[in-house]
Design a protein around this ligand. Structure first.
Ligand code: 5AD
Ligand code: FES
Length: 346
């Protein structure tokens, strides 16, 4: 079977030619996929064993100056109920996370200009002062290199910034004219140069995305060699221009998780909330396809339903402790285990 031969070749060489990737992405049957996931698990276990790392996600503001066409908290969505947490509330969330056993928190927000660089640095250093062994990841969008440098010096060690798509025309279709793929990539280069562990990534099945675009994404990521890759299905949000667009599929997302694991064996790869939203066992399936990270929600319960990037987002009603316990139980059922460590890149 040619697909299995290709999967084995991808496993051994870490890459494939364009037409070979195209073949895999468009014509994998169930037994091919099972073979892909099996090899992906062997690769991830060789580096990370059976461990699954937790990242506690703190969604601290849903104000955003940008107007990405897919996103529920885009600036022009006047139906979004806006909120921002105070510095103290953010620090309290991180402390709660620490007490629950998290050793990584992700501070995520829209591009909210009311937080100055000094504000971000003060929050990062306060969290670090309480808990030097807690890793802090930022996910707050495009900034000047000088700003990234300041956050790094304040103690942030990791940064998530998905490129969303690696094709300039597709990028322009998804985003307002104020944003460009070239600038997004420049930010990723800046972050890497400063010394962050960097995460890039894409949405799977976003409107007008083709398999050729996805192959561009794979080559970009292979070349950029990030420490983390965040991928999840596109899910339509009712108050965006993409409200009637079809969602990305579970199958495409799982195929990509497996392929990315074979291309980047050391990568930290989350089974995302969006994957858990399109399928009740999506995150578990993601772990079994090669992912090794999950990101339970640590935001205060009162704001969770307001951080609606897409419709139907799960875990908006649960307390942090419940999400944490739920995730441990869910992962244990896959045969993998949540471990209470920082989960640094190896
Ligand atoms: N569907 C799926 N993912 C989305 N994101 C934003 N909007 C959507 C959507 N409608 C993702 C983007 C962003 C991350 C924080 O959330 O990829 O980088
Ligand atoms: Fe949040 Fe299960 S992980 S409720």
């Amino acid at each position: 079977n040619t697909n299995k031969t290709l999967i084995k070749k991808l496993n051994d060489q870490g890459t494939l030619a364009h037409d070979e990737l195209y073949q895999l992405l468009t014509a994998m049957d169930d037994s091919d996929a099972q073979y892909l996931y099996q090899l992906a698990r062997v690769k991830r276990e060789a580096v990370y064993g059976k461990d699954v790392y937790l990242r506690g996600l703190i969604e601290f503001s849903n104000y955003c100056k940008n107007d990405c066409r897919y996103c529920g908290i885009r600036a022009s969505n006047d139906r979004a109920e806006r909120y921002r947490l105070s510095a103290q509330e953010i620090i309290d969330c991180a402390n709660t996370g620490y007490d629950l056993g998290f050793r990584t928190v992700v501070l995520q927000s829209g591009e909210d200009l009311s937080f100055s660089d000094d504000d971000i640095c003060a929050i990062v250093s306060a969290i670090k002062a309480h808990h030097p062994d807690l890793a802090i990841t930022l996910s707050i969008g495009e900034k000047e290199k000088e700003s990234y440098q300041k956050y790094f010096e304040a103690g942030a060690e990791r940064y998530l910034l998905r490129q969303e798509t690696s094709n300039p025309d597709h990028y322009a279709y998804l985003h307002p004219a104020s944003l460009s793929l070239a600038h997004r990539k420049q930010c990723l280069e800046d972050l890497k140069e400063i010394g962050y562990q960097v995460g890039c990534g894409i949405m799977v099945g976003s409107p007008h995305q083709t398999f050729d675009h996805i192959i561009e994404d794979l080559y970009y990521m292979k070349d950029f060699n990030p420490q983390m890759v965040g991928i999840g299905p596109f899910i339509a949000h009712k108050d965006t221009p993409f409200r009637n667009e079809p969602n990305g599929t579970l199958e495409d997302t799982l195929h990509l998780l497996g392929i990315i694991r074979l291309m980047l064996p050391h990568v930290l790869l989350p089974a995302t909330t969006a994957l858990g939203t399109i399928d009740p066992l999506g995150r578990e399936k993601g772990i079994l396809a090669g992912a090794n990270v999950v990101m339970p929600n640590l935001s205060p319960r009162s704001v969770r339903r307001k951080y609606m990037l897409y419709d139907g987002k799960i875990c908006t009603g649960e307390e942090a402790a419940k999400c944490h316990a739920c995730m441990e139980r869910r992962i244990a059922k896959t045969g993998y285990q949540v471990v209470p460590s920082r989960g640094d890149y190896r």
